[in-house]
Write a protein that binds this ligand. Structure first.
Ligand code: SF4
Length: 70
């Protein structure tokens, strides 16, 4: 298990092309060990599409070398 980091800085955050629209790229958790696996990381509780990843992360995150996705 890694340390708790924000999803925007986690190497498991990845684009979800199936959930994306023409103008918005959805990002999901790609870590099978996380309780948030396949959860979208840049939406509001109401389903609003956010331009950046705001999800606070989990204890299974691992740092992305060289910065975050967004
Ligand atoms: S939920 Fe956890 S494992 Fe998934 S992208 Fe965020 S920090 Fe990484």
């Amino acid at each position: 298990m890694g340390k708790h980091i924000r999803c925007a800085r986690c190497r498991f955050a990845r684009p979800d092309h199936n959930a994306s629209t023409r103008k918005w790229t959805a990002n999901e958790c790609g870590n099978r060990d996380s309780e948030y696996y396949r959860a979208l990381l840049n939406i509001t509780l109401g389903g609003g599409m956010l331009p950046v990843i705001t999800w606070t992360g989990c204890a299974w995150g691992e740092p992305l070398v060289g910065g975050g996705v967004l």
